[in-house]
Write a protein that binds this ligand. Sequence first.
Ligand code: SF4
Length: 546
Amino acid sequence: MSSYGNPAMTEHTKVDFGAERVDGETASTPGPTVLEKAAPRSERMATNKIECNACPVLCQISEGRTGACDRYANAQGRLIRVDPVVFLSRADAASLDKTNPANLTDTTIEFGAASPTQDSLADPSLFVTGIGASSTYPDYKPAPFIVASKRDDVDMITVVTEGIFSYCSFKVKIDTDRFLGPEQSNVRCQGEIVGHVTTAEYGSQMLSLGGVHHLTGGSKKEGRVTCDMMLALGNKQAVEFTIDGGASLVIRAGAAPIVDGVEEQRMRVGCGSATIGIFAKQWFDHVDEVVVVDDHITGVLTEHQAGRCLGMARSGLKIRGRKSTPGRYFQVANPGTGWGGTDIHDPLAIVEGFDPAVAKPGMRLLMVSTTGEHAQWYELDHDLVPRIAAMPDAVRRTVERIGENCEPSLATVLFLGGAGGSLRAGATENPVLLTRAIKQKLVNVTCGGAPAYVWPGGGITVMVDVSRMPDHAFGTVPTPALVAPIEFTMTYDAYRDLGGHLDAVRSLESVLANGPDHTEGAPLARRTLASNPDNPWPPAMPPMLG
Ligand code: SF4
C-alpha cells in the first residue's frame, strides 16, 4: 500500500504566481482533454507561452508543459484540460463495457479526442459531475456547464463546476476505542501541524484535518503539506499521521485504520455499561460476576441495574476508579492501547479486592473488553484471590458473541467545504437567492454525484463522504487550496426564479458535442463511470421532487 506522508515520496510541484511549471513534466502524458480558450496574452509573456485563467494563480504555461496544478496544459498554443469530465451512468459497474477505455478509471483517452463512451447522446440517465468540469475565474462567468434535462416530465437544470476551496477540511472518524492522543492535540503530517484531535464519539476517535488556518495561516511549508495531505485523503489514498503525545496512524477512507503499526479490527460493541446491559441475560447462571473493562465506563454486572433486575447477588468485588452510578465506573485506568482503550494489560490491575463479608471461595469472575478481543476467566481461591482458570464453553460463546456484534473498524473521511462565496456567481447574478433556495430545499447539492449534507445556518457549508464520490475527484491549486466538484440541481422554474444564467443553459447533447461554452465547438472529452450504488439515482433530485 502506498501512502502519503512518507518523506521519501516526491513532493508536489509548486510554482509561484505567474511562473511556469518547473518539474519538467510535459503535456504529452496521454490523457483526456477539454480544450479551453487561453486568456489574452500579456505583453510581458514569452510568445511560446499561454496564460491559464482558470484560477488566480494565472500560470504562464510553455508549449508542451502543464500548469502548476497539473490540470491544464499548453498543447500547440492551445490551453487544454488534461483530465476528462466525469459523467455518471445509472448502469451498474458490471454492465459497463470493460473493453471500452472510457469506462476504466486507469485508462487514458487519446490526447485531444472525445472519449468513446458507450452512452447515448440522448441518454437521460447520464449525470454531469463537476469532476474535470473546470472552474470559473473571475467568478462572474457562468459555471462551465449549466445543463438542461428532463426528469419525470419536469424541466431540470444542473449547474456544474469545480470549486476552489480555501475554507475546507476533513472530519475523520476512526472506529477504535484505542487512545490516539489527548483531545486538542496537534495532528502532524511530515512533521507539519495539519489538524487536531477533536471530541471523541461513541466508539470512535475523531480528527479534524486541514482547514483554512493550516492552508494559509501558517508557513508556506505547512500550507503545502496540508494541501497535499488533503488531496491524498480526499482521493482515498493512505496518509500517515502522528499525534502529539499519542499514536501514529495510517488513514485511508473506507479502510481499517492502522494504529501504531497494527491494523484495527473491531469497533467496540458499546461502552462497558452498555455491554453489561446487552449481555447480562446471557451471562446469568454462568457467572458470579462480570467486569467489562472500558476507558469510558467500566461495568460491573452484579452492581449494575441489569444484574439487579436479574436478581443477581452482589459479588463483593471492589473496583478502582470513580463511581458514576451503580455498576458504572469512570477512570479505572489511563487511556491507552490495552484492554478496552485503557493502558492496562493485566485486568486485575483495576480490581482492588473482594469484600470478605460478601465474596466466597470458588466465585466465578469474567473480565472482558468491549470488543471481546481481551477476555479472562477467574475463580476465587480460599483467600479470595482470583486465579486464572479454564473458561467454560458457555461463557466463551458470550465472549465470541461480543466480537460478533462488533462492526468492522473503519476510517471514514468527510469533506467539509464552504461553497457560499463567489462560487455562487457561476450559478446566478444574485448569489443570496441560490443560498436561500438551497435552504428552502428547492436545490439539491451533490459533490461528484454524491449526496451532500448542507449545514443549517448561514452560507452553503456542505459535507460529503468521500467514499461515495468517484475516485480522484479532488485536485489542488497552489494558492494553496483544494479543488472539489460541486453540482446544484433544481427545476428550471426554480433556476429562473433565483436569477440563473439562462443564456448559458444548454442541453446535454450540446454539452457532449461542444464541450464548455468557451471551447468554440471542441468535442468534450469525458469518462463515464457507473454511479455508486450507495448513492440515490438520479443523484440530484431536489428534496421537494424526490
Ligand atoms: S494552477 Fe492550474 S488552474 Fe490555476 S492558473 Fe495554473 S494551471 Fe490554471
